[in-house]
Design a protein around this ligand. Structure first.
Ligand code: FES
Length: 357
């Protein structure tokens, strides 16, 4: 609001108008609901032992696991987009998005697709974990937050591919509960493979498009982003080609911001081939330009620990005995980088790297 000249014709702001302008701004802010701050979820770094209370088949090869405290205690808060780190009985660590109701403090829900050619974590959950099993979890943590407070978007376009619906589902429900303008486009191989369709059917059907590939084909990013209203924030979680296509098309779209989360390893960018030598076995492996060191090492050392495959959890940290590392993680300190690397994303600066494996 621009103040007119005062009664004497001076251009400096009139105090009454300035106050009036501020009052109107405050009233607009209150009316927008932006002042409502949800209780903040703090990242939880201690381990919690939880009991699997229920396992449900949500789609072909996809199951949900409901986790509760053995004594029924309340669990740490979380917000849409949060994930848990799950320590499996075998010692594998995996990250899974929370897909239940943040308001229900008595349980967490995760959903997992069984991948026959994965690293064994999803198979273990499907084949060996059932009601009564104890799982150790760490978290929740949120690397994919929905609607940061005080920054309301002009609208929300949610894009989910297959099991990528898990972090998106609580976001969509939150947007619906908030009365925010939102649209969801949910893709997957076939309807039978897409979890939570029934739950979604309870929401406004005019805001949801279900697009299985076997009926609509694999959607190009530009096609998906056509639905974004001007100034919208886009949240995308799905397979790597879907995220790559959406990222590529985003600059030409009407949307203002893009948030995405992967559940698989990102493609290697600007990779050069290099050698990694495993000190304990004396084996020397060649890491091709477009492949991660982890992928190559896993062939030789099947039990090598890893989890996120994106350089943020630190599970794959490995001691470096010699060689210059191109650190690409988001978890190690400078001090740690002196003799440690995350083999899921980091590479060589040139020449052989010798690691303590
Ligand atoms: S697996 Fe998470 S940092 Fe490497």
């Amino acid at each position: 609001m621009v103040a007119p000249p005062d009664l004497r014709g001076r251009q400096h702001p009139d105090r009454l108008f300035t106050l009036l302008g501020k009052l109107i701004a405050i009233l607009e802010w209150l009316a927008s609901g932006s002042y409502i701050r949800r209780p903040q979820a703090r990242p939880v770094d201690r381990d919690l032992q939880l009991v699997v209370d229920e396992v449900r088949v949500e789609a072909a090869d996809a199951r949900s696991f409901r986790l509760v405290a053995a004594n029924g205690a309340e669990l740490p808060r979380w917000q849409p987009g949060s994930h848990l780190e799950v320590l499996l009985p075998s010692g594998r660590r995996r990250h899974y998005s929370l897909c239940g109701d943040p308001a229900d403090r008595r349980c967490y829900r995760i959903a997992v697709r069984r991948l026959a050619d994965g690293g064994g974590g999803s198979q273990e959950l499907h084949d060996s974990v059932g009601p009564g099993s104890i799982l150790t979890i760490r978290g929740p943590r949120n690397a994919f937050p929905y609607a940061p407070p005080f920054v309301p978007a002009a609208g929300y376009l949610f894009l989910a591919g297959g099991i990528g619906i898990t972090p998106v589902l609580p976001m969509v429900k939150q947007a619906a509960a908030d009365g925010a303008p939102w649209q969801l486009i949910y893709t997957g191989r076939s309807q039978a493979s897409m979890p939570f369709l029934e739950e979604l059917s309870a929401l406004d059907p005019d805001r949801i498009q279900i697009r299985p590939y076997d009926q609509h084909g694999f959607p190009a990013g530009a096609q998906l982003l056509e639905q974004a209203p001007p100034g919208a924030t886009v949240y995308c979680c799905g397979p790597a080609p879907m995220i790559a296509s959406v990222r590529q098309a985003f600059p030409a779209s009407a949307a203002a911001a893009l948030q995405f989360e992967r559940f698989t390893a990102p493609p290697v960018v600007d990779g050069e081939p290099f050698e990694i030598a495993l000190q304990r076995s004396g084996r020397v492996l060649t890491v091709p330009a477009e492949v991660s060191a982890l992928e190559v090492v896993r062939q030789a050392v099947p039990g090598v620990p890893y989890s996120c495959q994106q350089g943020f959890c630190g599970t794959c940290r490995t001691r470096v005995l010699s060689g210059e590392v191109d650190h690409r993680d988001r978890v190690l300190t400078d001090q740690e980088r002196a003799d440690t690397m995350t083999i899921c994303v980091s590479r060589s600066r040139g020449g052989r790297i010798v690691v303590d494996l």
